[in-house]
Design a protein around this ligand. Structure first.
Ligand SMILES: Cc1cc2nc3c(=O)[nH]c(=O)nc-3n(C[C@H](O)[C@H](O)[C@H](O)COP(=O)(O)OP(=O)(O)OC[C@H]3O[C@@H](n4cnc5c(N)ncnc54)[C@H](O)[C@@H]3O)c2cc1C
Length: 587
């Protein structure tokens, strides 16, 4: 059977078919450790990160040093001087890069959004000309999509490319905003509309072409080490051969690159969360109050245990998705698709999961940096401890690569498109099975297995989606509160299932030991917390419907979401105690 994005909602997944982070091989772990060691050496001794408003050479030189280690060519094919890492290893690399503070953003703009458009859409000449120079950082890359009046609505950009037939080139005029790496970039992927086109096209624009001026460095809340500027184009001459992909194909490029950027950001958020938790654990052990280490207080254990649960959950789902993208690539390769088609179609296939995980993981990160700061108490508020920087840096992740509101809506819209427009997913058929299952269950009140609980969440999502459509019809598009709650139910379900499958696979292969026992506890706790969130979202949806069917829906919610019986406090405490014992989160 072909693997499909969004399919988790209607089919059971065999644990053996998913990737779990316990399966990283030696090579992958070596890459992760090498990246983290490099960043520790270059950055962790600094009391303050160099601020790009004062010094952009630091980030630029660090990119050069990264290139010497081969880190700038990881996503580029060997033919063009790279190492062509598989997608999931690329995510692990991004997780490791998050230890580089704002340099992670600099690196992301260079190796991800700034160069993947060429990897995925470039023709042979463009790849040959630019990719080797990106891999060795001779050319530093940036991605210029956003404009003052075109943020979330990216296709509404006013930057224009006029055709200069005589000189076989385009002349670009316009203004871009918030462009990462702009202060030192040599190559910009610029999105602009050709003449009076409706849709964007993409261009490879070298700084050396002329007609480019830069604004001042933005004074930002966080990621202060990364360069962010406005970029102005005044009759910037771009040779015809530097059009990337097809005319008016730019928006498609932008969206697909963002699919990849979103799941990468999610992996980075997992890394940042682990970093924050590890700092918090060590501080909690060292800090004494009332005659003992604060790590011994139950309130602190709650925080550490909860951070660990959320990290474990996000990590499970992020790398499950990453591997699925790799598997899809292999499937498409076997069908004889070209390299570009393989990469793009695999990413598009998992657009729903990429969007969900961007939202979920970045919100886990915000939770973790906030609680880490709280564990540090007053010291957390001081720049000296370095946690306030993480708190500020993390905030951007909910804004770029599509805001979390946009990604919530996108995940739901994409699912509905596949169900009703392209008919790739048979949600209707899945929905039909529901009433009889429910009635049967009513007469068999029993303790549900984790698998049944997860199946219930899927059914609840389908029921609520159907009722929402019945209530609002095409107007549902404007009921964003309903959509965002549906999207959260979808994400909670996907994540809970990913954790459950991870632990099940682990138990099947490794039997049982104390670490696996902790992971099993996390899996149970995840379902417990998912249930609370799902019930809340479901009831909010029902309260928002203008319908009289509320009673039926409330009955469904009750039936499908009995709160699992467990003691969450004990579980969190035991997780926290294990973290304190090992002085780190190393699961
Ligand atoms: C530090 C930094 C670095 C960046 N780097 C880059 C880069 O390298 N390249 C690049 O091209 N861009 C970059 N960006 C831009 C970033 O991608 C945008 O800021 C982001 O897409 C949001 O656009 P906006 O700021 O215009 O917000 P807006 O689109 O104005 O959104 C404002 C608010 O309205 C909400 N909103 C907007 N539309 C809708 C809707 N339809 N329904 C519901 N709510 C909606 C949003 O969720 C948000 O809460 C960067 C931004 C920052 C701050």
């Amino acid at each position: 059977m072909k693997i499909k994005g969004g399919d988790f909602l209607i089919h059971k997944t065999d644990p053996s078919s998913i990737f779990i982070p316990e399966e990283w091989n030696e090579e992958q772990i070596m890459l992760r450790d090498m990246v983290q060691d490099f960043l520790k050496k270059e950055l962790h001794h600094l009391t303050e990160e160099p601020d790009a408003t004062k010094d952009i050479t630091f980030a630029k030189e660090l990119l050069d040093k990264s290139a010497e280690l081969g880190l700038c060519g990881l996503h580029i094919n060997e033919t063009y001087g790279g190492t062509n890492l598989d997608f999931n290893s690329g995510l692990l690399f991004t997780e490791a890069m998050s230890w580089g503070f704002s340099f992670a953003t600099t690196m992301g703009a260079h190796v991800s959004i700034g160069s993947l458009p060429i990897v995925y859409y470039g023709n042979e000449e463009q790849k040959k000309k630019y990719l080797p120079k990106i891999a060795n950082a001779e050319m530093k890359a940036a991605y210029a999509l956003t404009e003052p009046s075109a943020g979330s609505d990216a296709n509404s950009g006013k930057t224009k490319a006029t055709i200069d037939q005589e000189n076989n080139r385009y002349l670009i005029n316009g203004q871009k905003m918030w462009i990462t790496n702009a202060g030192f970039a040599d190559l910009f992927i610029v999105f602009a509309k050709i003449e009076d086109d409706k849709n964007l096209s993409a261009f490879l624009v070298e700084k050396s072409f002329g007609g480019i001026t830069l604004g001042e460095e933005e004074k930002k809340l966080g990621i202060k080490g990364s360069s962010t500027r406005q970029v102005f184009f005044t009759d910037c001459p771009v040779p015809k051969e530097n059009l990337l992909g097809e005319r008016e194909g730019g928006f498609k490029i932008a969206l697909n690159i963002l699919n990849s950027g979103r799941i990468k950001l999610a992996a980075g958020a997992v890394g940042g969360s682990k970093f924050a938790l590890n700092k918090a654990i060590n501080y909690a052990i060292e800090r004494k109050q009332f005659g003992k280490s604060i790590a011994e207080f139950a309130a602190m254990k709650h925080k550490m245990g909860e951070m660990a649960r959320k990290i474990f959950a996000a990590e499970s789902a992020v790398y499950r998705t990453g591997k699925n993208i790799d598997q899809k690539e292999q499937e498409l390769q076997k069908e004889g698709k070209s390299e570009n088609e393989v990469k793009l179609e695999a990413l598009r296939e998992y657009a729903i999961e990429c969007a969900m995980m961007k939202v979920y993981s970045t919100e886990v990160l915000d939770y973790c940096v906030d609680e880490a700061l709280q564990i540090y108490g007053g010291m957390g508020y001081s720049a000296e401890a370095g946690v306030e920087m993480g708190y500020r840096d993390a905030r951007i992740t909910r804004i770029y690569e599509g805001t979390n509101e946009i990604n919530r809506m996108l995940a739901f819209a994409e699912l509905m498109k596949r169900a009703f427009k392209t008919k790739e997913l048979n949600l209707k058929q899945a929905g039909k099975k529901i009433p009889s299952t429910l009635i049967k269950r009513f007469f068999r009140i029993q303790k549900l297995t984790s698998e049944q609980v997860i199946e219930n969440y899927k059914n609840l999502f389908l029921i609520l989606s159907k009722y929402s459509f019945d209530a609002f019809g095409m107007e549902l598009e404007n009921e964003q509160e309903v959509i965002m709650n549906l999207s959260d139910i979808l994400a909670e379900t996907y994540v809970a299932e990913s954790v459950y499958l991870r632990v099940k696979k682990l138990k099947q292969s490794k039997g049982s030991n104390s670490t696996i026992q902790h992971k099993e506890n996390i899996s149970a706790l995840q379902l417990y917390e998912a249930n609370i969130k799902i019930v809340h979202c479901a009831n909010t949806i029902v309260d928002s419907l203008p319908d009289t069917k509320n009673k039926v829906l409330r009955y469904y919610i009750k039936l499908l979401t009995p709160q699992p019986h467990l003691n969450p406090t004990r579980i969190r405490r035991s997780i926290a105690e294990s973290l304190v014992e090992s002085k780190s989160y190393n699961w």
